[in-house]
Design a protein around this ligand. Structure first.
Ligand SMILES: *Cc1c(COP(=O)(O)O)cnc(C)c1O
Length: 467
């Protein structure tokens, strides 16, 4: 029986004569289709030799369909858009900040052809790839000088390595944080060759704690914004300006790792307690670093700003070259930063900022629209409601902040919501949802208005796949 099946396996050139395969060759190329057709036949031969009854798979139509499937799979990218219905605005697993249209266009423009990346068009001479974006950063933060590297983790490593190698760095015990992906301030410090000097306690650190710790080997006072957790209750940290005054009196520079770093004062909109980057600069902090793709809402980058003398030193560090950012990042950063020249524009066009600032009231019509569409999908088979909920900022930013929002919820006993959630991750446009108390939740805050219909289509598709 096995031998009989083996005899019926077609030769590759015969399989390629099938109309489906001919179309594939037309669209792609002979070598590719031929190789995959060979794989299909080879795999089937192996299965038959292993004793499997694969007679049905020998049908020419079945074989050709399998070839088509494999050809198409060759061009299915792994990185795909997904819809974020989790309500976590800066979702690291979902790529953190979605870019402003202007930033996307800038990347495309820069990518398609050649650019003046390191050319000064006015003089025709070689220029620095960073000049323009750095002056924009200085303009927006009030800093004397700026530098852009690969991400903020790299920025921390670079600043410590340049400013405090072989020296002591004083840090409050309450700020020895671990950022997602096991990035620990204490480990980075060790790796950069700086010696960690912890002062104060987990909840309280006083100015005199710093004062007593400063000696001739002190290279830096480091302040780390505790971006992903909060110590509440009986707590104390000296005001930034007092710390700066003390440090400068003793000739020690202050470096603040702001983590998120916002250019807009979100407190003015009732969100969080995050100081702006400009405030740190104005308080006299010598070096400040922050991420490009957290609250700033742009591309992944680490931005370092501060006093000219220090930034100059850091730029000369060999590591800076290794941490260089590419032209796409610079294009996206420039386009995003330009929007911040007009706060109204930033609020409207930088998706991260827009999503954070949307009021619950403004989200209601979209929630209602999605509810109606999903009610249509499920008919009598599920209960679809709009319920008040809370969104999160995410990305290790403003950890305790909860933004009132509307959730569209799905409840049912007639089919498995876990199965629906599973299929929602496998449809053409995956939708990331959350399961809370036996209901599937869609937070409309992080769904772009243009995606509401797409979410409904994905749900319809996923629902159709439930066995
Ligand atoms: C997020 C964060 C970092 C790391 O920034 P990346 O841009 O993700 O590398 C470093 N320090 C703090 C305080 C952070 O919040």
């Amino acid at each position: 029986m096995g031998m009989e099946l083996l005899r019926r396996l077609p030769a590759v050139h015969r399989l390629l004569d099938h109309p489906v395969c001919r179309d594939l060759i037309e669209e792609h190329s002979h070598p590719l289709v031929s190789r995959l057709a060979g794989d299909v036949i080879g795999d089937l031969r192996t299965a038959i030799l292993a004793g499997e009854d694969r007679e049905a798979d020998l049908m020419p139509d079945r074989l050709a369909a399998e070839v088509a499937k494999r050809v198409h799979a060759q061009f299915q990218p792994h990185y795909r858009p997904v819809i974020n219905a989790t309500g976590v605005v800066l979702h690291t697993n979902l790529g953190r900040a979605p870019l402003a249209d202007a930033a996307v266009e800038a990347i495309v423009r820069t990518a398609r052809g050649y650019t003046n990346l390191e050319l000064n068009l006015a003089t025709g001479e070689r220029g620095s790839r960073y000049d323009h974006v750095e002056s924009l950063i200085c303009e927006l933060t009030g800093a004397e000088a700026a530098l852009v590297v690969n991400n903020n983790a790299a920025a921390v490593f670079l600043v410590l390595g340049e400013m405090a190698k072989g020296k002591k760095v004083i840090i409050s015990r309450g700020q020895l944080v671990e950022i997602g992906g096991s990035f620990r301030v204490s480990e980075v410090m060790r790796a950069s060759g700086a010696e960690l000097v912890e002062v104060g306690t987990t909840n309280k650190t006083h100015e005199y704690d710093y004062e007593r710790a400063i000696d001739e080997d002190t290279g830096l006072i480091l302040r780390v914004h505790t971006s992903n957790f909060r110590v509440v209750g009986f707590t104390h940290q000296p005001p930034l300006s007092d710390l700066v005054a003390l440090a400068h009196e003793r000739n020690v520079p202050v470096y603040e790792d702001l983590g998120s770093g916002s250019l807009i004062d979100l407190r003015a909109y009732g969100i969080g307690d995050e100081p702006t980057i400009g405030e740190s600069v104005r308080a006299g902090v010598d070096i400040v670093s922050f991420s490009g793709d957290k609250l700033l809402g742009s591309a992944q980058a680490g931005i370092i700003v501060g006093k000219q003398e220090y930034i100059k030193r850091i730029k000369k560090n060999q590591l800076t070259r290794a941490l260089r950012v590419d032209k796409f990042t610079l294009a996206a950063l420039e386009a995003t930063l330009m929007l911040y020249r007009d706060e109204e524009k930033a609020k409207r066009d930088v998706p991260t900022i827009g999503m954070l600032l949307r009021t619950q009231e403004s989200l209601a019509p979209e929630a209602q629209r999605l509810r109606n569409l999903l009610a249509d999908v499920f008919g009598e088979r599920a209960e679809v409601q709009v319920e008040a909920g809370l969104s999160q900022v995410g990305g290790g930013s403003l950890p305790t902040e909860e933004l009132p929002t509307w959730h569209v919820t799905v409840r049912t006993r007639l089919f498995s919501l876990n199965e629906l959630e599973h299929h929602l991750r496998h449809v053409d446009m995956p939708v990331m949802t959350t399961m809370q108390k036996e209901a599937l939740h869609f937070d409309v805050r992080t769904i772009f208005p243009r995606e509401i219909e797409v979410v409904a289509a994905s749900v319809r598709d996923a629902y159709g796949r439930i066995g």
